[in-house]
Design a protein around this ligand. Structure first.
Ligand SMILES: [Zn+2]
Length: 75
């Protein structure tokens, strides 16, 4: 799942910010609007609509879960 867009955690400790993207993600299986993290030093290898990655990594002291492929919020 993913956090509500108005309840995404603050990315400023990472120097980043959120963008929103609407599309299909394999994790969700239908069209959704998701938060996508933009973090300096990290380039996501895929766009959310064609992301085949189903693994995630925790950030912000294990309070934020981001897709390893496209950086969308999986918390
Ligand atoms: Zn992804």
């Amino acid at each position: 799942m993913s956090s509500p867009l108005d309840n995404l955690p603050d990315l400023s400790p990472l120097g980043g910010h959120w963008t929103t993207t609407t599309g299909h993600h394999i994790d969700f299986g239908h069209i959704v609007t998701m938060g996508r993290a933009e973090i300096p030093g990290i380039t996501w290898p895929y766009e959310p609509e064609d992301c085949p990655i189903t693994t995630n990594t925790w950030y912000l002291d294990d309070t934020l879960l981001l897709c390893d492929g496209c950086g969308t919020d999986g918390t």
